[in-house]
Design a protein around this ligand. Structure first.
Ligand code: GRF
Length: 202
């Protein structure tokens, strides 16, 4: 399967997805890394690894205009699935609809707990015994589509949001490639690919 990845920043999940894709058993390849931040460190890494990149600053553009530009760049790469990896903007309903069922995100909590920001601080403040991460399908409501996979991470005495975030990040790097791989494998039948090619050219 062909996978495009959308980032805003560091891109450590993008790197995990990319390197996992280069294992001989990977069911997907990374065909594009796209960003709303031309200075995202992850873009430079992708380029160094020979992966096509696209970036455009969202500043000074309407949300719809930016999402149209992002959609066009993604569609040109003909991905079967799009993985959001630290993409820090909320997508417009029109964009989400175009990629329905093929748009995945990773979130640093055990959803449905703690959608939104500051997930680790909230888990610690609540006295939870674990935090974790979730890969889910993207819908119009933030952090709420079907859950495809989760990994729990123990919260230790003395954990700060930063120390917990660092361990959750390690878990994310395991969870995302394996969940994405399983998802595209399940869907990789001719019907799915045909349907999405039709959708892209509609
Ligand atoms: C991750 O914690 C992810 O769950 C959240 O943003 C962070 C992105 O980190 N959505 P990176 O850019 O992949 O390093």
């Amino acid at each position: 399967a062909r996978v495009a990845i959308v980032i805003s920043g560091e891109g450590s999940n993008m790197a995990a997805l990319l390197y996992a894709s280069r294992l001989p058993t990977s069911p997907y390849e990374v065909v594009l890394v796209a960003s709303n931040n031309p200075d995202a460190p992850g873009l430079a890494l992708a380029a160094a690894e020979g992966v096509p990149t696209w970036s455009q600053s969202h500043r000074g553009m309407s949300r719809e205009a930016f999402d149209d530009a992002l959609h066009a760049a993604l569609a040109a790469a003909r991905p079967d699935a799009v993985a959001l990896a630290g993409y820090m903007r909320i997508l417009t309903p029109g964009f989400v609809e175009k990629w329905r069922g093929r748009l995945l995100n990773i979130h640093p909590s055990l959803l449905p707990l703690y959608p939104g920001l500051d997930t680790h601080a909230r888990a610690i403040a609540a006295g939870d015994s674990s935090g974790g991460c979730t890969v889910h399908l993207v819908t119009d409501e933030v952090d709420s589509g079907d859950i495809l996979g989760q990994l729990a991470v123990a919260i230790r005495p003395g954990d700060t949001p930063e120390t917990l975030a660092a361990r959750v990040r390690l878990a994310e790097h395991q969870l995302y490639p394996s969940t994405l791989g399983a998802y595209v494998s399940r869907h990789e039948d001719a019907g799915w690919i045909e349907a999405q090619v039709d959708a892209l050219t509609a």
